[in-house]
Ligand binder design. Structure first.
Ligand SMILES: [Zn+2]
Length: 190
């Protein structure tokens, strides 16, 4: 067998040098660090991830937290937030992004059981908050919205209702062991 043509070309290539491999490129997200490292101007999601700001937290693991959106489009609208301050998903490496969507799917499965969600919208969207997050919006056959929920159609729910939704979700995630509260201290794993 002859050597692969590409190898022969590479040894006497008239082509300009190729881009260096990924590992040799300067990192684009050098500011990657724990949320606490953003001390100069911590964004609200960094504060929520570190527990400094209140939220209706429904999930936490080593890399992500999930909270109820304060202005939900549908009941059980969740934001999955990386603990690291990534501006967009372009700043995340493939395994991190894969983990984000795998976690989103786990949470969707919980919303199906806990709230009777019929389907889901999963979205990223322009936001005033410069910290990447995934919207997981449960959809219900009765919600009478089109195929895509309208993120401009947000509404405020009462604290009682938000806490009730949080409690239902935590009951499935935490096996009943996690005490729901609005202070962002409830933790649960799937
Ligand atoms: Zn942040």
């Amino acid at each position: 067998m002859a050597a692969a043509p590409s190898q022969q070309q590479a040894s006497a290539s008239p082509l300009p040098p190729q881009k260096p491999p990924l590992a040799a490129r300067p990192p684009q997200a050098q500011h990657r660090g724990p949320a606490q490292a953003q001390a100069a101007a911590p964004c609200i999601f960094c504060k929520i991830a570190s527990g400094q700001s209140k939220s209706y937290r429904v999930y936490e693991d080593a890399s992500f937290v999930a909270i109820l959106d304060a202005f939900p489009v549908t009941e059980g609208h969740i934001l999955l937030i990386p603990k690291m301050h990534y501006k967009t998903f372009f700043d995340m490496d493939d395994p991190e992004l894969a983990a984000a969507f795998a976690t989103t799917r786990k949470l969707a499965a919980v919303l199906r059981k806990a709230l009777g969600a019929d389907s889901f919208n999963i979205a990223t969207a322009p936001s005033a908050i410069d910290h990447f997050h995934i919207h997981l919006m449960p959809r219900y056959d009765y919600d009478l919205m089109g195929p895509l929920a309208d993120l401009d159609n947000k509404r405020e729910m009462s604290a009682d209702r938000m806490a009730g939704i949080q409690k239902k979700i935590l009951a499935f995630l935490g096996g009943g062991g996690a005490a729901p509260d609005a202070a962002g201290s409830a933790k649960a794993k799937v």
